[in-house]
Design a protein around this ligand. Sequence first.
Ligand code: PAF
Length: 302
Amino acid sequence: MDIVVFGAGSLGSLVGGVLARDHDVTLVARKPHARAVRESGLRLEGVDEDGPTRVFPTATTDGTELEADLAVVTVKSFDTASAATALATGSVDAVLSLQNGMGNEATLASRLDVPILAGTATYGAILREPGVVECTGHGDIVLGDRAGGQSALAARVGDAFAVSGLETTVADDMPRRLWAKLAVNAGINPVTALTATENGAILAEPANDLARAATRETARIARACDVSLSNREALAEMEAVAEATAANTSSMSQDVLAGRRTEIDAINGYVVDRAADHSLEVPTNRTLATLVETWERGRDLR
Ligand code: PAF
């Protein structure tokens, strides 16, 4: 398969690098990373038991005029619209969003007239330096039609991922899975970002209460949007992820520590917006979103 990975940060580089073992992969990356990959290939650490390996995908900084069977979009949610605009100048047959937060698939679909798949990824990855990505946690990828249901395209993409050794499940209930992931992120991400703690911190009081409240509210809004997600399921999943990734720094906490814009709008902000659509109150999500947004405004990040 010809695959473009749009947004070769840590997850994009890991997924793109592993796929490059069996497919023609083009990474759309920032300048230093693209240059390093062009000059020496991409070093994959922590992927194979036998030690680091090197793959040689194509690397570019220009996301326009690209042709591929599939574009895997891994950019931050606030860059989804510009990724879609760039992809629209080329010719890709299908798009898979592997991003945090909600609303990415709708943004892609509004600008691209091709099938859009939704996906979640639980692999841990760190871009150690330009040209070097480390897998810090072997997780999995779940993908499927963004509206749910069976999809021959999703099955084909799932096979292509599995051939390269990515643990992949093709699912027919992506809307529910995306909401369940949102409920996890709504609890863990802002609380760890605002307190500069690792994910495990939300398992102890007083952070636990706050994270649970955000997750519970998110599950309630999922149900208001006709997605079956009980409080019990959402809370169990949030705490299971916090336990499994206790020593990890969440993506939002990493963003705040690095002084970067966060994905708060597509996580807690999304819950606040959907709650408003249904005239419901989500005070915890509203407070967490306001605090992170205020931090971003104080640094001119939005
Ligand atoms: O955004 C993240 O960091 C991850 O989605 C998660 C699951 C919270 C683990 O760190």
